[in-house]
Write a protein of this length. Structure first.
Length: 90
């Protein structure tokens, strides 16, 4: 069953390849959605797929890529949007 989750990542998460690394993780897990930078220096990730894969992505978000410093991850569930792939948004 497909689920939808939104993650908001706080910390040093811009300029450290967080979005690109998230895309690699999401694609490896078979997830769709997107990752984008926000004006307040956070990153938003919207992801859809099986609950176990979303749990794995959320666990990865707790540390992110090597250059990142994650202070907090906020996760919420929502309605499935039906994304065709996982993309990096500007």
């Amino acid at each position: 069953m497909t689920e939808h989750r939104t993650f908001r990542i706080h910390g040093r998460v811009q300029g450290v390849f967080f979005r690109q690394s998230t895309r690699q993780q999401a694609q490896a897990l078979g997830l769709t959605g997107y990752a984008r930078n926000n004006p307040d220096a956070t990153v938003t990730i919207e992801a859809e797929g099986p609950a176990a894969a979303l749990d794995t992505l959320e666990a990865w978000c707790q540390h992110g890529p090597p250059a990142a410093r994650v202070d907090k991850v906020e996760a919420t569930s929502g309605p499935v949007q039906g994304y065709p792939a996982f993309e990096v948004q500007r």
